[in-house]
Design a binder for this molecule. Sequence first.
Ligand SMILES: CC(C)(COP(=O)(O)OP(=O)(O)OC[C@H]1O[C@@H](n2cnc3c(N)ncnc32)[C@H](O)[C@@H]1OP(=O)(O)O)[C@@H](O)C(=O)NCCC(=O)NCCS
Length: 322
Amino acid sequence: MLFGITPLALMTLKIRRARPDELALLTQLAATEQANPQRHIAYLSETAPEIAAELQDLDRPWATVSAVACQDEAVVGWLVGDFDLEVGRTWWLGPFVAVDDEGVWSKVVTALHGHALDMLPEGVVEQEFAVDEHFEWLVRWGQARGFVPGTISVSMSSALDAGARVLSDAPPVEATLRPLTQGDRATVAPLHDRLFPGTYMTGAQLAAASKDHDVRLVAADPQTGVVAGYIAAQRQPDGGGYIDFLGVAEGFRRQGHARRLIQAAARVLHDTLDCRSVHLTVEASNAAARALYGSLGFKEARALRGLSKRPAPAPTGPKGAP
Ligand SMILES: CC(C)(COP(=O)(O)OP(=O)(O)OC[C@H]1O[C@@H](n2cnc3c(N)ncnc32)[C@H](O)[C@@H]1OP(=O)(O)O)[C@@H](O)C(=O)NCCC(=O)NCCS
């Protein structure tokens, strides 16, 4: 096996920082692991070129927090940390460890994780993994180290081609459906923070996004002009579209705002950003959203599970206690 390791070889394992010139080799390892549902992670695509493009699109160089495990000269494991100082969290991309024995795999992951943790800047105190629901090794590894398994999410996708339901009769982006402007920030940011507390993008970050590949639309109430809902999507480095967030304020639901926002975002992704497909992830328990996407032709693919670790809250002793 290209990246294989035997239990005996654990003694000669070395963990070190990844080098930027290793990206091709490392993404090959990642793609091999991604093909296996029992070792698949949620944040990255499947093929080596797609994964390389995604890593090069991170907010900072991918090797900033990146550890590799080597046995002799061969790379057998890799873990990258994608962190956000404002949110104070790192999202682990990986681990990719080509080992078929859980005990050995677990030891390599522990070594990689410890090394990568040391590279994180101060202030990054929360950690998250998101993996295929079949990646039980990581769940067991994480639970033994204070990570808490989250709820199951489902990844969904639709092609963006002539036959796509989500593109048929899509409303034009005008009138009550329009791009988010600076003036909408004061409404959209708190709505987002209320609907998605503690997620990977704050309301302020979402409302301020202005990269060419970002799509930000709002739906306004036709009578009052008040913002009823918003959608945040993007063209990803692999060329696919991704819907990050969709929210409609409680008093405006079941009026078709979300349906129209999705259709309009799909139209922008297809027509302006040249996307041939659109993807998203939704909590398995969110029946409303799953029904909504299903009615627009989205198909469910993988079930995913998050694992998170937050610092323990400071102990609150009686007043005056040391
Ligand atoms: C999910 C959400 C965006 C739907 O917004 P909405 O504007 O009320 O949705 P729409 O009016 O466009 O509904 C379109 C279709 O979706 C489905 N749907 C929407 N809400 C539903 C609900 N509560 N129960 C069942 N189906 C529902 C229906 O098929 C509906 O068509 P219908 O009204 O003709 O039956 C909204 O409930 C919301 O913001 N929820 C909290 C945030 C969230 O979960 N976002 C999605 C995360 S990916």
